[in-house]
Design a protein around this ligand. Structure first.
Ligand SMILES: NC(=O)c1ccc[n+]([C@@H]2O[C@H](COP(=O)([O-])OP(=O)(O)OC[C@H]3O[C@@H](n4cnc5c(N)ncnc54)[C@H](OP(=O)(O)O)[C@@H]3O)[C@@H](O)[C@H]2O)c1
Length: 262
């Protein structure tokens, strides 16, 4: 059964937009809330008719949780997917202070405040579930010598995102709300294109955000309290560059969901 209402945080493009379209085809679009940074008028044409756009939600700002609660107008949500994220590549000698603050804020500070605001305002429905889009990039175990260093802010902020999701799972246990961190696969979106990763799409099994939305929604159906607080890959090892080297060949043959190591 799909959730009765869905909130997608960071819905203007890429995976967030694909998830809005996916859920608006499964449940009444009026039960799908999509947050954007700009104004609703600028963005509403890209969403299916009826989707409720919550405007001016900036995950680098302290009021992010309050703005979302205000935008829900009293509706209790059954699924929250925190998608907002930024990837600014770095290498030694060119680390960028401001970019790092932005990545950590959006990927590992804002999610705490979003969940806190939703919880303390009773904005979760009794069957609610939470998904945080982190990444296999935030797994220390999956980093290798061959891949090398760099990517300090991106990988570090995703590792921090995995940690805060794990901690939130303890806080949410009493309310019976599972929270999972997920790696969505390697996606053909502006994020990877702008980071110069387009040349690896074919070799590394990249998928479109629309293709990734289905496995994510199937994962949400399975998500229960035993799976809470962990890092998962709904599509299995596909799109995880170091999976075979670190986890072994067998893992590449298994279908998802695959639990990933920290
Ligand atoms: N692409 C991949 O291969 C991949 C792999 C692993 C994990 N992920 C994670 O999956 C998520 C979605 O990735 P994607 O490829 O769909 O990225 P994307 O196309 O670049 O979209 C990123 C989304 O985050 C929003 N966002 C950025 N900064 C924000 C802010 N300050 N406040 C609110 N929203 C903000 C963007 O809104 P604007 O349009 O306003 O900028 C956009 O909607 C990210 O968290 C990413 O790290 C992606």
């Amino acid at each position: 059964m799909p959730p009765q209402s869905v909130l997608i945080v960071g819905a203007s493009q890429g995976l967030g937009l694909a998830l809005v379209k996916h859920y608006a085809s499964l449940i009444p679009p009026s039960q799908v809330f999509a947050t954007v940074r700009s104004s609703a008028d600028d963005e509403k044409d890209k969403f299916p008719e009826g989707v409720r756009v919550i405007e001016k939600v900036d995950c680098s700002k302290e009021d992010v949780g309050e703005r979302i609660v205000e935008g829900l107008q009293g509706v209790a949500v059954g699924l929250v997917v925190y998608v907002a994220g930024v990837l600014k590549p770095e290498k030694m000698g060119e680390a960028n202070w401001k970019d790092q603050i932005m990545m950590y804020t959006i990927c590992s500070i804002a999610p705490v405040f979003v969940v806190q605001s939703l919880l303390t305002s009773s904005s979760f429905s009794p069957e609610a579930k939470i998904i945080l889009l982190t990444s296999e990039a935030g797994s220390v175990t999956l980093r290798t010598e061959g891949e090398g260093g760099g990517m300090y802010g991106h990988h570090g902020s995703k590792a921090a995102g995995n940690m805060i999701g794990h901690l939130l799972a303890y806080d949410l246990k009493e309310s019976g709300i599972p929270i999972a961190m997920i790696h969505p696969g390697f996606l053909k979106t502006d994020m990877t294109k702008n980071a110069g990763m387009e040349e690896f799409y074919d070799k590394m099994g990249a998928v479109t955000p629309d293709e990734a939305a289905g496995p994510i929604s199937e994962f949400v159906e399975k998500l229960d309290m035993d799976m809470s607080g962990k890092l998962w890959a709904p599509m299995g090892a596909r799109g995880i560059g170091n999976a075979e080297e670190v986890l072994g060949k067998e893992v590449t043959k298994k279908p998802g969901p695959l639990e990933l190591p920290w």
